[in-house]
Design a protein around this ligand. Structure first.
Ligand code: FAD
Ligand code: NAD
Length: 454
């Protein structure tokens, strides 16, 4: 048994930041990681996917040049972006740089699978063999993240399907690709593969793609995906999947689909069933671990990242990492920001903050909503092809403040930032109306939407 001040199990973005920060504060930190230091985001998530999307966007913009500026041709070459992902984004899926950075901060890195073995005690199955136990004087921080869920579709588990890992490690573009799931992962990757030349079908079992977001966002995306030649099937059930060594066959409720590759992006499974939660009185079968606003789940136990169930985003993991670090150090925390922004990096982007109209109504808020067509704005008109989008505002009429907003558009993820401040700071809608909006920005469409609230 070794002792230390804090053990961190799982080094996603939040866990890695927390471990090096607490070590920098002089605490004795043991950081346990079974995969790569940094977690999903830098190796199989945000970073490689956004590099892929940036490249696919360049292809799409070049094609739009014909309508705007004269002849331009692009011959997409998937090997260029695959090489950038391998060499520049992920160091060929090697975390040496991140591990050395962590150790330079003073933290001790243990490679292996960690699990609680009671309050403030962690057992680690070391990657090199053997087991060790560590006692943490202050406590343990959990950041184990999620993995791709495999839906219980007949035959699927026996096929060589892709998750986000294989999709972002791919070096060869599939000629045909089916994507199971019309959430952020499925849609971002579907559009990127399609723009490089794959023939893509998205199969969503729910009534619409991007289900938790505003329905207006799905309406815009559906049109954009059709223009990219993507076959979007909503409310579609997959009965069975098989693979004959060459291709996948999907038996759908509406017919049969044959494809070269199958990407499963049907949600995420929290990696908490085997980390000893039962040894501290918590439920290992839950969808997430309940925490208070200081990210504390039990005495001497803090949780950050996707498994805390408060938004599965890197910026949320980092925000929680900051709170948990300050809680471990005994600092008093300001109120928790539950209105965090979110962006799906399709083209057009879908930026959102706070509540959707449906969520606000479910909370009994006196809701008023307004929408405005981004393409009809002055900036949309000058932008031309690719300007489709919408701004939607959700007003709490009783309090006179916005409680949610969505911006779909070429810069939806950036444009929503101003509204994120308005929601977070509860800026009176009268002040938003009595403000000047630069002409001709996409942001100025917000002024039109505010006018529609009357
Ligand atoms: C394709 C894709 C695109 C995405 N794009 C974005 C985006 O653009 N913007 C955004 O904000 N978010 C994005 N996300 C989500 C983002 O990646 C996650 O929210 C983020 O990684 C935070 O996760 P986390 O901190 O919970 O841990 P994770 O990143 O999941 O890391 C957890 C780590 O813990 C390790 N681990 C698990 N169990 C144990 C154990 N018992 N012992 C030791 N180690 C363990 C794992 O090996 C892993 O390294 C994307 C995700 C995917 C898959
Ligand atoms: N840009 C970003 O910030 C970004 C990008 C990717 C992922 N993420 C994060 O990762 C999380 C997970 O993303 P995700 O897209 O995997 O999950 P998700 O849960 O958001 O979406 C999964 C989709 O798959 C569908 N589905 C489930 N089972 C199915 C089946 N059998 N057949 C057809 N469809 C099925 C669901 O109805 C849902 O629409 C996101 O919620 C988000 O928090 C963020």
């Amino acid at each position: 048994m070794t002792t230390c001040d804090v053990v961190v199990i799982g080094l996603g973005p939040g866990g890695e930041a927390l471990a090096s920060r607490l070590a920098g504060e002089g605490l004795d930190v043991v950081a346990v990681e079974s995969g790569l230091v940094g977690g999903e985001c830098p190796y199989w998530g945000c970073i490689p996917s956004k590099m892929f999307i940036r490249a696919a966007g360049a292809v799409a913009e070049t094609r739009r040049a014909a309508e705007l500026a004269g002849a331009a041709t692009v011959e997409p070459d998937f090997s260029v972006v695959a090489r950038r992902i391998r060499e520049e984004a992920t160091d060929d899926w090697d975390d040496t740089v991140a591990a050395e950075r962590l150790e330079r901060s003073g933290a001790r890195l243990l490679r292996g699978h960690g699990r609680l073995a009671g309050p403030r005690v962690v057992e680690v199955d070391l990657s090199g063999g053997g087991t060790t136990r560590v006692e943490a004087r202050r406590g343990v921080v959990l950041n184990p993240g999620t993995r791709a869920s495999v839906p219980p579709i007949d035959g699927l588990a026996d096929t060589p399907f892709w998750t986000n890992h294989e999709a972002l490690e791919a070096s060869v573009l599939p000629a045909t690709l089916a994507v199971v799931g019309g959430g952020p992962i499925g849609l971002e990757l579907a559009q990127a593969f399609a723009r490089f030349g794959s023939e893509v079908t998205v199969v969503e079992v729910g009534p619409r793609i991007l289900g938790p977001e505003e329905p207006e966002a799905a309406d815009v995306l559906r049109g954009a995906f059709e223009r990219d030649g993507i076959d979007v099937r909503e409310g579609e059930r997959i009965v069975s999947v098989s693979h004959d060594g060459q291709q996948f066959t999907l038996e759908l409720a509406s017919g049969t689909l044959h494809v070269e590759q199958l990407l499963v992006a049907a949600g995420r499974t929290p990696q908490i069933s085997d980390i000893g939660l039962d040894t501290v009185g918590l439920d290992p079968t839950a969808r997430s671990i309940d925490v208070d606003d200081a990210m504390q789940a039990a005495d001497g136990l803090w949780v950050v990242g996707d498994v805390a169930g408060r938004g599965a985003f890197t910026h949320v993991s980092m925000y929680q990492s900051d709170r948990a670090a300050r809680a471990v150090l005994g600092e008093t925390l300001p109120e928790y920001d539950a209105s965090f922004p979110r962006v799906t990096f399709t083209d057009p982007e879908v930026g959102g903050v706070g509540l959707t109209e449906k969520q606000a109504r479910e909370q009994g808020i006196d809701v008023r909503v307004a929408t405005t067509d981004l393409a009809q704005s002055s900036r949309g008109f000058t932008h031309g092809p690719g300007a489709e989008g919408v701004v939607k505002l959700v007003l709490d009429a009783a309090r006179g403040v916005l409680v949610g907003a969505t911006v779909v558009g070429p810069t939806g993820g950036e444009t929503v930032s101003g509204l994120a401040v308005a929601v977070r700071a509860e800026v009176p809608v009268s002040t938003l109306r009595n403000s000047v909006y630069a002409y001709p920005t996409f942001w100025r469409a917000v002024e039109s939407a505010l006018g529609e609230l009357d």
